[in-house]
Design a protein around this ligand. Structure first.
Ligand code: GLN
Length: 492
């Protein structure tokens, strides 16, 4: 094998067990590539080369012993190098959340998702760039510089998990963790031509995920294809007593075979997801992909999710409201940075005033306003009611269809700066991803084409609660019969 960074997860696992290459070689190949390409891409905020190589040696020893004895199976992901969004705690690695306020903060514990993956044997190469506190759709809100899209360096990678998506697309990690509060896994996956899952709310523990909008936040995964995403998902899913919102349901092993027959599965296409102003090539690619699913045996029908248009205002009230409460803890006393002053209040004012970025401040103000006495019922209370209507749209739809197919975003990756002066234009990038978060349903994004400029286009499949496996099966059938997911953005 000449380029170890081109392997799928399954191939890498197999190759390591066979002894076709060592874990050290696999990790070195990724570190070399990071060194060559990441100066430009800026997908990583922190790289733990030394730690990764140490772990690789241990993994190699474990693998060699297993090869000799063939006794108990090694951990399922032993020796697999991955990246983690810098909003999840990894013990001993800095966690900035893309913010100056957390500069220097090193968590003393692992997020549950991280702990589960480490127990499964992964090697964490480093932490990836994000919009500050995951607030954004382009990674331009990071306090540590933008991440570039590997398909076109003048374009954003999407956000907020832009670093993770770019790292997987550019082969700087075999897979990565991200988080999705309003689209932050699916939209960057779509912009970078990789696959990504936003699991059902409550399916994956949020313990150790730095909170943004707690009723919406969920940890998800990126991979080259949906099979790789499913492998990671299977490891991170499940109840956790440290997150009371997780649901104690079994996580069925996800077995994606070679079957491409969609066998009369009912796919709904919501008419509200095709809007004037969306890029025509996106609509074409989505319609083409849906046709393909029909050719594989699915039965496609148009459906309606009538409250879709309210998702944007509802989300941009609820998410900032929750954020304003969650971000109150960054006071210059307990974590990260402090600007000293005479009084406690001045420490708060100065630290928060200087160390939070503009978008974070905007959200804190919006959220505080929406929650304030006198406005609570009109804004936050009303938004919660409409959220219920959006949820009911999905419940009604899933009585008729098994899954819903729709675009991930109205456009492909946009140029840097295009929306930075106009927050509303940036928020509009999220119109198609917000509803799944508000309803809490799972959604999977994967590439289904490219626009004229060679930028990837993503489809999302939304499913009923806890039906991730069905989404993986459909997308896998699609990927077995198409090759969009095999394209790579860089030849070097
Ligand atoms: N773009 C949305 C926001 O800015 C979603 C971000 C996310 O999912 N973390 O809030």
């Amino acid at each position: 094998m000449n380029d170890l960074t081109e392997l799928s997860l399954q191939r890498a696992i197999h190759g390591l067990r066979q002894g076709d290459f060592s874990c050290r070689e696999l990790v070195e190949a990724h570190l070399d590539r990071i060194q060559r390409l990441d100066i430009d891409l800026n997908a990583y905020l922190f790289i733990d080369g030394e730690g990764a190589l140490k772990r690789a040696e241990i993994a190699d020893r474990q693998l060699a012993e297993w090869r000799k004895s063939r006794q108990s199976e090694p951990p399922p992901l032993l020796g697999i190098p991955i990246a983690v969004k810098d909003i999840l705690c990894v013990k001993g690695m800095p966690c900035t959340c893309g913010s100056k306020i957390l500069e220097g903060f090193v968590p003393p514990y692992d997020a549950t998702t991280v702990e589960k993956l480490l127990n499964a044997g992964v090697i964490i190469l480093g932490k990836t760039n994000t919009d500050e506190f995951a607030m954004g759709s382009s990674t331009e809100n990071s306090a540590y510089g933008v991440t570039r899209n590997p398909w076109n360096r003048e374009r954003v990678p999407g956000g907020s998990s832009g670093g993770s998506a770019a790292a997987v697309a550019a082969r700087l990690a075999l897979a990565a963790l991200g988080t999705d509060t309003g689209g932050s896994v699916r939209q960057p996956a779509s912009f970078c031509g990789v696959s990504g899952i936003k699991p059902t709310y409550g399916r994956v523990s949020r313990y150790g995920l730095v909170a943004y909008g707690s009723s919406l936040d969920v940890v998800g995964a990126f991979g080259r294809d949906v099979q790789d995403v499913a492998i990671i998902f299977e490891q991170i899913a499940g109840a956790d007593r440290r997150d009371a919102t997780t649901v104690d349901l079994p996580v069925p092993p996800i077995q994606l075979g070679q079957n491409t027959d969609l066998d009369s599965l009912r796919i709904g296409v919501p008419k509200e997801y095709f809007i004037p102003g969306m890029q025509p090539e996106v609509e074409q690619a989505i319609r083409q992909a849906i046709l393909h699913l029909q050719e594989l045996g699915a039965v496609v029908e148009e459906i309606s999710l009538p409250h879709t248009e309210y998702a944007l205002p509802v989300y941009y009230l609820i998410a900032p409201a929750e954020a304003s409460a969650n971000l109150a803890r960054y006071d210059g006393i307990r974590y990260g940075q402090r600007i000293s002053a005479e009084t406690m209040w001045d420490i708060f004012y100065r630290t928060r005033g200087k160390k939070f970025g503009a978008e974070v401040k905007r959200r804190i103000m919006l959220g505080t306003y929406a929650l304030s006495a006198g406005y609570y019922d009109a804004y936050y209370g009303k938004a919660q009611k409409v959220r219920t209507l959006i949820k009911q749209d999905f419940e009604r739809a899933f009585q008729r269809v098994d899954v819903i197919a729709a675009p991930v975003a109205p456009t492909t990756a946009f140029p840097f700066g295009e929306h930075t002066d106009d927050p509303l234009a940036m928020y509009l990038e999220d119109v198609f991803t917000l509803p799944a978060n508000l309803a809490g349903v799972p959604a999977l994004a994967f590439p289904v084409g490219f626009d004229r400029e060679g930028l990837p286009i993503g489809l999302q499949l939304m499913g009923n609660y806890f039906q991730e496996e069905l989404l993986f099966r459909i997308a896998h059938a699609y990927q077995l019969t198409t090759d969009w997911h095999l394209r790579s953005p860089m030849s070097t």
